[in-house]
Design a protein around this ligand. Structure first.
Ligand code: GLU
Length: 451
């Protein structure tokens, strides 16, 4: 029975995870892990305080920016393969729909909680605004470790969650997308559940779908591609030769894996990468193409055998000596505890919220440039926007057009951020926030407060 589950999983997300503990205790295990101290929404609100001060925003606007428009908590009962009933908790949050429908991913992870989803929704508002997309900020998630689910259980979980949040999603309301541990197949189940309820195909309800049912070419690699474009442009500003940069990447999934591949092909030396199992390091550089082949077969980096490589922990990886550090896993990785130990020139934020405000200050004082998440990893939502536009028009673009328009939009935002940070002598994050928040403030002023 358990062996079957393992086989099922192989096709989807975490292929080669040994199922050691018994299925009955999944929700208990998840509960315990959620207790870990983690307050990303406080971080997100603090970031508003910093920018509000810089912009001289009045306290009423500040209050408005910090609030969440709506948050839905849903219970998701699932009849497991072994006949037991498990109850999972899911969330969908709209931070702001003032500039358009909510937009943001859905993550399936053991630490997902309302506080985290609220922060992530708020970050999506700034990200979409910074790119000047006509979209708002939203996010969703389920507190679950999908490694312990069979494919059937995962499908049931996705469909029931979709059904529970169905009234607050839709092409004109809020458009989910992939995020941590979710992928095109999961988006297909969301689209199907929504469409079955409406009685017609509604591809525009999600982005990051398989291409065959209205997805966009280039969506899967978009976040990594955006990181690459931004790093290339930033190196040019700093008079650095991209090819000779020594790179460290935390996370080797869709985001970390893609950017690693692009930089490796460019000729950069990637000295360390990591996944959930830990990291591997080689001062001579890693063979990223071979590692990608390995992990795409569902295997962990820690099990990769090469005598030239050394195993390291995810924490040690962050403090390695390098030129560019790319945290591309989860939030809260560079904190005041380890910021002093960071030894790179540039932090390029592939994840959402990997650096806390206190760590930001420390890095600034050390002269480390932080390219903020809302700019650096915005390639994903940018191509999601293209997917949404293509679905509405029922007319699909080729990869060349996708990458050309992605580069144009993300580099325009980069130029604006870079120029403002120079003018105002601020960090790139503060500059990015000023641009993003200004557009939201303008929309609030124009629309007014109802009634
Ligand atoms: N989950 C991605 C992000 O955090 C993409 C969101 C989207 O495409 O809507 O930016």
């Amino acid at each position: 029975m358990l062996e079957n589950k393992k086989e099922d999983q192989t096709k989807l997300i975490y292929p080669d995870v040994p199922i050691t503990s018994n299925q009955i205790s999944i929700s208990k295990r998840v509960e315990k892990e959620t207790a870990i101290e983690n307050k990303p929404f406080e971080v997100a609100k603090k970031q508003i305080d910093i920018v509000a001060e810089e912009m001289g925003l009045n306290h009423n606007i500040k209050k408005f920016l910090k609030r969440i428009e709506r948050a839905l908590i849903v219970s998701i009962p699932i009849k497991m393969d072994n006949g037991d009933l498990e109850i999972f908790e899911g969330y969908r949050v709209h931070h702001s729909t003032i500039r358009g429908p909510g937009k943001g991913g859905i993550r399936f992870a053991p630490n997902v909680n309302l506080d985290e989803v609220k922060a992530l929704a708020m970050w999506m508002t700034w990200k979409c605004s910074l790119l000047d997309l006509p979209l708002g900020g939203a996010k969703g998630g389920i507190c679950v470790d999908p490694r312990y689910l069979s494919r059937t259980e995962l499908e049931k979980l996705t469909r029931r969650y979709t059904s529970e949040i169905i009234n607050i999603i839709g092409p004109d309301i809020d458009i989910p997308a992939p995020d941590v541990n979710t992928n095109a197949q999961i988006m297909a189940w969301i689209m199907d559940t929504y469409s079955m309820n409406k009685g017609r195909a509604v591809p525009g309800v999600v982005t990051g779908k398989p291409i065959e049912i209205g997805g966009s070419v280039g969506r899967e690699t978009a976040t990594g591609m955006g990181l690459y474009f931004v790093l290339e442009a930033f190196c040019e500003k700093l008079n650095l030769d991209l090819k000779s940069q020594k790179i460290v990447i935390q996370g080797f999934g869709n985001v970390g894996g893609t950017v690693a591949n692009l930089l490796f092909k460019e000729g950069c030396k990637i000295v360390a990468v990591s996944d959930i199992s830990g990291g591997i390091f080689s001062s001579e550089g890693l063979e990223i193409d071979k590692l990608l082949k390995w992990t795409r077969e569902g295997k962990y980096l820690k099990d990769y055998k090469d005598e030239r490589y050394r195993l390291i922990t995810n924490e040690d990886l962050l403090t390695l000596e390098c030129d560019v550090l790319i945290p591309a896993a989860l939030e809260n990785q560079i904190t005041e505890t380890n910021a002093n130990e960071i030894k790179c020139k540039i932090v390029l934020e592939g994840a959402n919220g990997p650096t806390t405000p206190n760590a930001d200050k420390i890095l600034f004082n050390k002269g480390v440039h932080v390219v903020p998440d809302i700019l650096a990893n915005a390639g994903g939502v940018c191509v999601s926007y293209f997917e949404y536009v293509q679905d509405i028009h029922a007319y699909f673009w080729d990869l060349e057009r996708i990458n050309k328009e992605l580069k144009m939009i993300i580099l325009k935002a980069f130029e604006q951020v870079y120029t403002l940070s120079k003018d105002k002598k601020t960090t790139l994050r503060t500059a990015a926030y000023i641009i993003a928040v200004s557009r939201i403030v303008k929309a609030i002023e124009l629309r007014g407060i109802f009634p």
